[in-house]
Write a protein that binds this ligand. Structure first.
Ligand SMILES: [Zn+2]
Length: 174
């Protein structure tokens, strides 16, 4: 009696399973490729943070808005796993540098704790100064060269008077 031939492992696989597995593997390769292209493309485009993150940031800033602070020029960027967030912090001009800086530190800490791997930049400015609101665009609009047009703004900025006093060498202009 001749021995039974042992079937090869390949012949054990049902005929349809092989092409199905091949299709699944091909689909997975295509999906991975598309995902990598998408993520790389977003990196090249310097994408902003997703809406959930921005909503989270705004919810935290709301706590400080309730304390009389304003915020503008909020910008964000995702670079790999790291988030970058920058914005201007407008506080009452009567606050000391110490108090304004402490508030910026507190806000930055709250954001870092809420969103890990976040780098926060803040720019402190007095909310009563018109120039605080003139710097919200990416490219700052240059101030007019005619001094008569800047005079009203200078009147509202006491530290500019200090500059004028030093520059004019005794000429009383304040
Ligand atoms: Zn500003």
């Amino acid at each position: 009696m001749s021995p039974q031939p042992t079937p090869s492992p390949i012949s054990l696989v049902p005929p349809l399973l092989d092409p199905i597995i091949a299709l699944v593997v091909a689909a997975n390769i295509i999906w991975t490729g598309v995902r990598l292209l998408h993520e790389t493309g977003l990196g090249l485009l310097d994408t902003a943070l997703p809406k959930e993150d921005l909503d989270h940031i705004n919810a935290i800033l709301d706590d400080y808005r309730a304390q009389g602070m304003l915020f503008h020029a909020l910008r964000s960027r995702q670079a790999g796993s790291r988030r970058f967030v920058s914005f201007h912090v407008l506080v009452p001009g009567t606050w000391t540098v110490w108090k304004g800086h402490s508030m910026c530190e507190a806000i930055e800490l709250a954001l870092r704790q809420a969103l890990p791997e976040t780098t926060v930049f803040t720019h402190l400015e007095p909310r009563e100064d018109p120039t605080s609101f003139a710097d919200q665009a990416l490219d700052r609009v240059p101030e007019p060269e005619d001094p008569s047009e800047t005079a009203p703004a200078l009147e509202e900025r006491p530290w500019k008077h200090e500059t004028i006093r030093q520059d004019s060498l005794g000429t009383e202009r304040t």
